[in-house]
Design a protein. Structure first.
Length: 325
């Protein structure tokens, strides 16, 4: 259900849709980082300036900014929110909205300044912390501080935990924080006690702690007792690979590939390019298991899928040399 809040600007009520900002990370996926590639929106002119004898109403400019923002007309939105703040410098939600616009325009420092101002004015605003996390992650490439911001949002609104879990997990992985990965894996298990994917996250956290044999045990038991998803077979393969058991790793990766080919979407939920990720893992397992021809074929397949792994040409070369020996 959409939850709307009424905020007052200079005595006038302004309706703010909470879901408009609830998942700004998802909203920004459609707009930020690729603003240059957006089709140019028809500029939405700002309302005419009031007559000198009239008292300007910041609510009018704020609503105009929201309309421009929805249309992807970022400069119009920036001007409208700036006009709002000129008239009402304490309007936190206008700072938050303008921060999102600055992020879409690629101005990280200004986005950060506005997001921090919004939080200073309304410290319990969970959505402002979500936006702060997006700014830190996208504009400043700081996954650890971004994770802290997302966690702060969840602390203020626990209902956000499932929504923000994927981006929080990604930040913990990129930051190589095994402790945070373990915490998030435990959180996922509490939120989804019957979901087999809970063991994927636990397995990844155990591997980050270099506990490959425990990962083999707990993930293997889950596959035997519950649904054997492609993601679970993949992480089990990763555990065997970490333990140097390459033949077992091959079996797991091949099973993951078969399930994914049959339509299992679980790897797509945890990887941006699951086919290439799986191909690289399987090729490496083939290589160390002595199946050099298979390794080269799978590595070249990963290359065709657009894998950006920098050592892929080296791996292909190793597979070719291996076949001549």
């Amino acid at each position: 259900m959409t939850v709307a809040r009424l905020h007052r600007v200079s005595g006038n009520p302004v309706r703010v849709n909470r879901l408009h900002y609830l998942m700004v990370g998802i909203w920004l996926l459609a707009f930020t980082g690729c603003a240059a590639g957006l089709p140019s929106a028809t500029p939405s002119p700002l309302p005419p300036s009031p007559l000198p004898t009239a008292t300007p109403d910041p609510a009018i400019f704020y609503e105009q900014g929201l309309a421009c923002q929805q249309a992807g007309d970022w400069e119009c939105a920036r001007l409208a929110f700036s006009r709002t703040l000129e008239l009402n410098p304490g309007f936190a939600f206008a700072y938050r909205a303008r921060a999102a616009v600055y992020l879409a325009l690629g101005d990280g420092p200004m986005a950060l300044r506005d997001a921090q101002t919004a939080i200073m004015l309304v410290p319990e605003d969970a959505e402002a912390y979500i936006l702060l996390g997006e700014i830190l992650r996208r504009a400043f490439h700081d996954p650890l501080q971004a994770l802290d911001a997302y966690d702060a949002a969840v602390q203020r609104d626990p209902a956000l935990a499932p929504v923000l879990f994927p981006v929080r997990w990604e930040c913990a992985v990129v930051a190589a924080r095994s402790d945070r990965m373990a915490e998030l894996a435990a959180e996922y298990a509490r939120l989804h006690p019957d979901d087999p994917m809970r063991m994927y996250y636990r397995g990844r956290a155990l591997l980050a702690h270099r506990a490959s044999r425990i990962a083999i045990q707990v993930v293997g038991e889950t596959i035997q007792q519950e649904e054997g998803l492609a993601a679970l077979w993949f992480v089990l393969g990763e555990a065997y690979a970490a333990d140097g058991a390459w033949r077992e790793a091959v079996i797991c990766y091949e099973q993951a590939r078969a399930l994914m080919t049959a339509g299992d979407p679980s790897l797509q939920a945890v990887s941006r390019n699951p086919a290439a990720t799986l191909a690289l893992a399987l090729g490496t397992a083939y290589l160390y298991a002595g199946r050099c021809g298979d390794a080269e074929a799978v590595f070249r397949y990963a290359q065709a899928l657009g894998s950006d792994r920098p050592d892929l040409p080296t791996l292909i070369g190793q597979a070719m040399i291996c076949q001549r020996q």
